[in-house]
Design a protein around this ligand. Sequence first.
Ligand SMILES: Cc1cc2nc3c(=O)[nH]c(=O)nc-3n(C[C@H](O)[C@H](O)[C@H](O)COP(=O)(O)OP(=O)(O)OC[C@H]3O[C@@H](n4cnc5c(N)ncnc54)[C@H](O)[C@@H]3O)c2cc1C
Ligand code: SF4
Length: 809
Amino acid sequence: MTQKLIVIGAGMATGRMLETLVEQHADFDITLFNAEPRGNYNRIMLSPVLSGEKTYAEIVTHDDDWYTASGITCRFGERIAGINTAAKTVTAENGDVLEYDKLVFGTGSNPFMIPLPGHDLEGVIAYRDLEDTQRMMDLGEGNKVVVIGGGLLGLEAAAGMAARGVDVTVVHIMDHLMERQLDEAAGYLLRRALVDKGITVKCAANSKEILGEKGKVRALLLDDGTELPCDLLVMAVGIRPNIKLATEAGLAVGKGIHVDDQMVTSDADILAVGECVEHQGAIFGLVAPLYDQAKVAAQTLMGQEAAFVQKELSTKLKVTGCDLFSAGDFAEGETREDIVFRDPARGVYKRLVLENNVVVGAVFYGDTTDSNWFFGLIRDKTDISDMRETLIFGPNMQGGEVDPLQAVAALPADAEICGCNGICKGQIVEAIEGGATTLADIKAGTKASGSCGTCTGLVEQVLAVTLGDDFVVPAAASVCGCTELTHEDVRRLIKSQGLKSQDAVWQQLAWSTPNGCHVCRPAINYYLIADWPLEYQDDPQSRFVNERNHANIQKDGTYSVVPRMWGGITTPDELRAIADAADKYNVPTVKVTGGQRIDLLGVRKEDLPAMWYDLNKAGMVSGHAYSKGLRTVKTCVGTDHCRFGTQDSTGLGIKLEKLLWGSWTPHKVKLGVSGCPRNCAEATCKDVGIICVDSGYEVSVAGAAGMDVRETELLAKVPTEEEAIAVTTAYIQIYRENAKYLDRGYKWVAKVGLDWVKEQVVDDLENRAALVARFELSQSIYRNDPWAEHAAKADAYQPLADLTLEAAE
Ligand SMILES: Cc1cc2nc3c(=O)[nH]c(=O)nc-3n(C[C@H](O)[C@H](O)[C@H](O)COP(=O)(O)OP(=O)(O)OC[C@H]3O[C@@H](n4cnc5c(N)ncnc54)[C@H](O)[C@@H]3O)c2cc1C
Ligand code: SF4
């Protein structure tokens, strides 16, 4: 018969337990209570949310659809207030009494608040959940924050807020940061890296009192009399298992709720998992053991045999630019020896602690590439006598080989790859043999790399080793060889860390080359232009050949020149100027392009500036005809001449072109405006296509007619020309602000979803106006004619790269 299972707490541990139950079709009628007003999310990713590297939506592990499909009754925002173990009932906060056959505790921890005078003032918070994170995110630039606690959580909070421009001071009672995980030398390097991020660090500092004003925090007073003013005070000094409810229910508790190897408490029908648990005298604060407990609890509930075994743990700090790994025990001792490697110039420090030829502890700062291999040595208690001399240089130096994949190939099947989820190499290889070929497949099939993500590189190496040539670097690969960050990461970090120059990007995002390369520089140049139009100075050296030359290079080395004809309209004077230029510079071919412009083909490079000068004099601008920017707006003749036209499509096309020209975009942008659904301007295969209809304007987006042929999709139907222009402008701007460099509009829309674009551009009028305003701000700088600017300069046309030759049109 179906049993009633009540779960208290939708945390990381119970989330994993529920998944196992659902996957194995366990016969339970499940009700899930959570004090937080939401379901399971990846709590460890709150730090990337705080720093702006991820959004909350991206860290949700189980959404409403999953609970519905799994038949779980959710009572979020509801706390369990009491348990009657004799009657086997729980009482919810609102007084509802529910019966259970089995009950699982997953109540996690409470952050410890030092009972300093003033700890209950408004503005004194912990760092535990989304509400705390939101409080920190709500602080504006220039606000002051004090973080008490220089451990993992405190430092992630500090770095996250500093990335948002908040003035942060970390107060730590010990002599160096993260003293439980790091030795002094690594602690020093970490401190220096944080100071470089603008964070003030005070070690050996004792907090005395929290000072307030009108009930709100004002400053932290240290016992040496120093006052540190603050608008918010974050206490991150440790956690205590949340055992109140269990104690009141009469369960056996110590520091946490006592459980046996099967995760059963002192009551045979009640189990407990996660940070609220005490197992063999130990309590837990990292997810790896909690996930093991969760699996064991699920198996116990299903009547299967399983036992929880405690394993060695490791720590990584999730602060961009602070590569830090620590595992095992590195306290000093008579039988212990150290191997230390320092490279001060690179800020690299590695220390191994050995005891009886076994590695018992490891601390790495600055280069953590081989940390998993060392962690395996610690966990497996491997005898390292034979490799002692080269041990510190990592797996690549063992056996004289320097192939980075060799170390991964040599790992045994039971070597742990993903610490959070306890996934070993063998499970990943099994998934690959079962058909997985991408990181996403591995994540979905095994959960490896699905939590804190620090093992992603290693999982990819296992893929590469197992699949050989069949392994294709995933689409979300890094920008280029100069960084491990993806385009999306870089875009987010440029915004969240306020990086406003190329140097700031190379430095802050730890580029491995001094000035980037021909792949990343155009992208970074574009991102900086798009995000900081007023502050950033465009770098012509970081542009592709067509943009640098303001003309398109052709197969014989000559160039094509395409003067702008707004909306495809021209005049006899313009035609004369074009004809004169064609004569004067011996242009061999004059061609009408598909975008309704006249293309002068076969121009010699040395003639370009003079020719631009002549065309400029005749009032013609261009220079963007082959740019990653607005190309042309194709129009039909519309109401002026056509019997069918419903609106002035030519006029609208001209307005749009005059508005949008000059803006830089992730890739080229083409528009079309047709005066009626007969669509003579072929608007439905453009990046933005507008069809005029009796009732107004249909604005559709994400079309293409190149290597991929796509019909546009309807974004909005609007009654007025003003709205059609506003929707178009807002769409271009949201594409400019979000897309990966060199992603065409249709590719970007496929990634983010048209519904999201509609929400931002069509439904949210305030956001639409803000996007238009930001576009106009950018255009105040960039709506200029590069021909005019460069017409006088005959030199400096060396391309950075000619990788992106555009097809001649
Ligand atoms: C900012 C941050 C960063 C972290 N980074 C890392 C990291 O990098 N690596 C790592 O391994 N670990 C990290 N951790 C620790 C990790 O998140 C925890 O170990 C893990 O979330 C604990 O899981 P849990 O299921 O035991 O409890 P939780 O995830 O805390 O879930 C407990 C849930 O129970 C609910 N609850 C409590 N009482 C009741 C009640 N009476 N009724 C109903 N619901 C109740 C709570 O509201 C809560 O939602 C981090 C933690 C934080 C806060
Ligand atoms: S699209 Fe309609 S209005 Fe425009 S030219 Fe063709 S038939 Fe005429």
